[in-house]
Design a protein around this ligand. Structure first.
Ligand SMILES: [Zn+2]
Length: 328
């Protein structure tokens, strides 16, 4: 894709496919920065440079020409209304950049009607428009959409590479890495393989809820390990967030925690994405058998799925707890 940017041969749409936390946002922002980068014509520098004013503006989320499209809060799908608004906005020329970049989050949640409306724009877009469709798997998009947008895949990155990249794009991060390597290490581990999350964690205010979700994920897995404390399980379930999006996020953290435990079972030196402390991970891993861990992963995946499909929150939580043996 870098080559396409340099040669001004970009397609009008790309599908960026990858699991939760695999860096889809970072990739999308990097594409935007690479297009806008003021060092684009200097052949020797890698794109984006991440330091010029244009790059910084994009990574700070301050560019008027990089627009995020999301489903409405509380809705399980992205309906045709959102796309109609998008279609109106598309006809307005960009402010500062040569392009207007639309980042469509959770594109797989577009209804069929929304995708068909989107196709109308995709068939004849204004020359300056680029769409990036972020999704976990492109198979849930209509074939007609997929045939017009090349698919690119992202994979989660390990803690070390996160640290390196973070220091490259943020002066605050490189200062912290020097002044407090331990705190910096905690941030890169808590990022769960996602640069976007690592950037968020640099902000102490944003770090607080994420640290809380990490703790809650550990607590849940610890509860599953003890298997016999129904009272504690009920207290835990009552304390979970009731908002669908927050709860989904909470379970996604749990999944990352479980993945680390499964990796610990396989090899001693597996690159961990959730735990900063390998010993803690290994100790917890040994309270489970591998089939038990796989069963928990399935239960969490199913719960996330049901939450996304608008199932009743209480019922979903209860059936999760029963399936994991937390309550009878
Ligand atoms: Zn730049």
């Amino acid at each position: 894709m870098a080559d396409d940017i340099l040669k001004n041969r970009l397609s009008h749409a790309y599908i960026i496919e990858g699991a939760y936390g695999s860096g889809k946002h970072t990739f999308a922002m990097s594409v935007a920065a690479a297009i806008a980068c003021q060092k684009k014509d200097e052949l020797s520098s890698p794109l984006p440079c991440c330091t010029c004013p244009s790059c910084k503006k994009i990574f700070d989320g301050n560019s008027p020409d990089v627009i995020f499209i999301r489903r409405e809060e509380g809705k399980a799908t992205m309906g045709v209304d959102v796309i109609r608004e998008l279609r109106q906005d598309v006809s307005i020329a960009p402010n500062e950049l040569p392009v207007k970049l639309y980042i469509i989050e959770e594109a797989h949640l577009m209804t069929e009607q929304a995708q068909n409306a989107f196709l109308l724009t995709l068939e004849e877009p204004p020359a300056y428009v680029i769409f990036l469709l972020l999704c976990e798997t492109s198979s849930s998009l209509l074939e007609t959409v997929r045939s017009r947008a090349p698919t690119l895949r992202t994979e989660p990155i390990d803690t070390e590479r996160i640290g390196t990249h973070l220091c490259r794009i943020s002066t605050e991060a490189s200062a912290l890495a020097r002044s407090s390597p331990e705190e910096f290490g905690e941030i890169t581990a808590a990022a769960n393989g996602s640069i976007g999350r690592a950037l968020e964690l640099l902000d102490a205010k944003k770090r607080k809820p994420i640290v809380a979700k990490r703790e809650a994920a550990r607590d849940l897995v610890n509860l599953c390990a003890t298997r016999r404390n129904s009272a504690a399980a009920v207290r835990y379930l009552n304390g979970l967030p009731q908002k669908r999006d927050e709860l989904t996020d909470q379970f996604n953290f749990t999944l990352l925690c479980l993945r680390d435990l499964l990796l610990c079972k396989q090899t001693e030196n597996a690159p961990l994405c959730f735990f900063a402390n390998r010993e803690e991970a290994c100790t917890l891993a040994y309270s489970f058998t591998t089939p038990e861990l796989l069963g928990l992963c399935d239960a969490v995946n199913e719960t996330v799925d049901r939450l996304k499909k608008n199932a009743n929150v209480r019922l979903t939580l209860t059936s999760f707890a029963v399936r994991c043996g937390l309550i009878q």
